[in-house]
Design a protein around this ligand. Structure first.
Ligand code: FES
Length: 87
């Protein structure tokens, strides 16, 4: 079992699951869902090693291990704490 945390909320996920739906539930905004628009940018505060490798789309958007696209990222295991801008 894996977990995504943001502020005082947390959502459980299966190991290896995409984090998109959990992030959306936590309030992250999404646009294209294909790694093209940059709407879903999140900061990883803790647990970056528990996430999948950067995708080509993330690299093209100058993302790094601490700054990901929520639509492109999977959680391998464990707990990841994120931060994001709320509009
Ligand atoms: S929703 Fe467009 S890059 Fe993630």
């Amino acid at each position: 079992m894996a977990m995504i945390k943001a502020n005082d909320q947390q959502i459980e996920l299966s190991d290896g699951a995409p984090i998109r739906d959990a992030c959306e539930e936590l309030g992250v905004l999404f646009g294209c869902r294909e790694g093209l628009c940059g709407t879903c940018m999140i900061d990883i505060l803790e647990g970056e090693d528990n996430l999948s490798e950067l995708t080509e789309e993330e690299v093209a958007m100058d993302r790094d291990r601490e700054h990901r696209l929520a639509c492109q990222t999977k959680i391998k295991k464990g707990t990841v704490t994120i931060n994001f801008d709320k509009f």
